[in-house]
Design a protein around this ligand. Structure first.
Ligand code: ATP
Length: 548
């Protein structure tokens, strides 16, 4: 089921309670107006009769109407609070369900769709947050805005057909005006979102390239580019605001017009000054009743207009989720293998990055523990093959076998320890970073592994030992240190297969020798598959596959 389906199918469930509360709100408004009108009518009748002594003219009916008035006011407050609470509860449940369903599906199929996992994480968190108010607020309000004018006009009908017709009469030009303003607003906000993402993209891109910009003295040109994009955004934002002001002016104009026309009609009708023959004659209570109801006619639409921002953001988020979940050839579930395979076979595997050239066919057989290398010129596809083994690059053709059984590459991932060329560091301590694979390793073993890789002096120089808090951008670490932290992480994982991308690159000869020794030791008990250009490592390998 796509996100669009998810959102739209979950929407009725999420908004049912809120919608019921809004409808109850409209009924409470009618009761309120009715009670108020009757109460005033009783007062007027009493005054006309020349009463005024105590409750004589007011009687039981007066008290009953007064009770109804108080009850309707209380009900209205309770229903509004209830709508808010129900909307929030449903929205939270809806978001949790959507997140639980969408996030894993997005993560698992990210590689098959050629997206960065971070992009999908942003979608699964931020986009779903934006859908919440759309579902919990905007959708019920939209239905309430369609139903409540109808209810209010129907409620006014028994008292005054002409007033109900006046209310309806203002609806047609209002709808035309709002439709025109709405389509202009959609175009303007689309252009504004485009300008916003252009400016954001340009800014992030230029900040990343700051050292290059400074070294080539391109500050002025970049400042002009960013300034131009910022001006464009400002102009488009003003365009959106202009249309927003126009549409709210249209709404307020017709809402005021409806009330004014009903008031004039009721007043002239009571005074007998109508310039035309009316099909009805109003008494004071009826006139007051329809007049009290008139402002309610446009109330739903005014509330809807206030929530319009939720619509824009929510619909954009639903569209983004739907696009992210677009058809993929990659199945979403791959059961993990029961244990480490004795033999791993790659048979005529062709992998292809989205929009990239085909890499392969590649064939290899890795049996049991040992140090198995993948070599080939730069760009031949070594990293791509390693990533394809754990399902992070789509396989175009060919198969992967574990112990002669064809497997989905992602079934292998839980058995693999991975060390890439630019190991990702997470915010937190060095220990957290090293044990990210979930292994239960004591401090002594961690320190021994770091020592084996030549990182003991790094730890000694930093306060806190292995509890030293690592900057998630890795600043303060050299390329070689960072790479060895990634290697230590893979070695410390209890995974039987290790996939390592150029483990000895960026290192001086002594450090490289330590890494080679650590890899040889690991290869005694585990299957180590490494991409490399290192001639020393190649001479020590148990098997070498050449690609490219
Ligand atoms: N995400 C990607 N999208 C499109 N093409 C890609 C992507 N990543 C790599 N490639 C392309 O795939 C090819 C193989 O790249 P890969 O990184 O696997 O090579 P490599 O053999 O590991 O190179 P090196 O030895 O320089 O690390 C290259 O032509 C590269 O441009």
């Amino acid at each position: 089921m796509s996100s669009r389906d998810n959102a739209t199918s979950a929407a009725p469930a999420a908004s049912r309670g809120a919608l019921a509360a809004w409808l109850g709100d409209a009924v409470a408004a009618v009761l309120f107006a009715l009670a108020l009108a009757q109460l005033l009518a009783l007062h007027v009748a009493r005054d006309l009769r020349g009463g005024g002594g105590g409750d004589a003219g007011f009687g039981i009916a007066g008290w009953a109407w007064m009770l109804l008035l108080v009850g309707a006011a209380l009900a209205r407050g309770a229903l509004q609070g209830g709508a808010f609470a129900i909307g929030l509860r449903h929205a939270a449940r809806f978001a949790a369900e959507l997140r639980a369903r969408v996030a894993p599906a997005l993560m698992v199929s990210a590689a098959g769709r050629g997206r960065l996992i971070g992009e999908d994480a942003e979608l699964a968190v931020t986009a779903i947050d934006r859908i919440e108010p759309y579902v919990a607020r905007f959708l019920p309000l939209r239905r309430a805005a369609m139903l409540s004018p109808l209810l209010i006009a129907l409620a006014a009908l028994p008292a005054s057909g002409v007033a109900a017709a006046i209310l309806f009469g203002t609806l047609l030009p209002f709808a035309i005006g709002m439709a025109l303003a709405g389509s202009a607003a959609a175009r303007a906000s689309e252009a504004q979102l485009g300008a916003l993402s252009r400016l954001g993209g340009l800014f992030v891109d230029r900040v990343r390239a700051l050292p290059l910009i400074l070294s080539y003295g391109a500050e002025d040109r970049v400042t002009r580019q960013i300034g131009g994009a910022a001006r464009d955004l400002a102009e488009r934002t003003l365009g959106v605001l202009r249309i927003a002001f126009a549409s709210s002016a249209i709404l307020e104009f017709f809402s005021a017009l409806a009330v004014a026309l009903v008031a004039v009609y009721c007043g002239f009708s009571l005074l007998g000054l109508l310039p035309f023959r009316a099909p009805e004659s109003l008494d004071f209570a009826e006139a007051f009743y329809v007049l009290a109801l008139a402002p309610e006619f446009y109330l739903g639409m005014r509330r809807l207009a206030a929530a319009y921002h939720d619509k824009q953001q929510g619909e954009a988020a639903v569209a983004a989720l739907a696009a992210a979940e677009a058809p993929t050839a990659v199945p979403t579930v791959a059961p993990p293998l029961p244990g480490a395979p004795a033999a791993l076979v790659v048979d005529a595997l062709v992998v292809r990055h989205p929009e990239g050239a085909a890499i392969g066919p590649i064939s290899a057989r890795w049996t049991g523990s040992g140090l198995h290398l993948i070599v080939g010129p730069s760009g031949s596809g070594k990293t791509s093959l390693l990533r394809a083994l754990i399902g992070q690059v789509p396989v175009e053709s060919g198969r992967l076998y574990a112990d002669d059984a064809a497997i989905d590459p992602r079934a292998l991932a839980p058995l693999c320890g991975w060390a890439g060329q630019r190991p990702l560091l997470l915010p937190g301590s060095l220990r957290t970073n090293l044990l990210v694979g979930g292994s239960n390793v004591g401090d002594a073993a961690i320190i021994a592994e770091l020592d084996a890789l030549g990182l003991a002096s790094l730890i000694a120089a930093r306060g806190g030992g292995i509890d030293w808090v690592v900057d998630d951008r890795g600043s303060g670490l050299s390329g070689g240190e960072r790479r060895r932290i990634g290697l230590a992480r893979a070695l410390l994982s209890a995974r039987p297969l290790l996939l390592l991308d150029e483990p000895t690159a960026d290192l001086d000869a002594a450090s490289a020798a330590r890494v080679v020794a650590a890899l040889r030791a690991a290869a005694m008990t585990r299957t180590v598959i490494a991409a490399t250009h290192d001639p020393t490592l190649i001479t020590l390998a148990d098997s070498v596959v050449e690609i490219g």
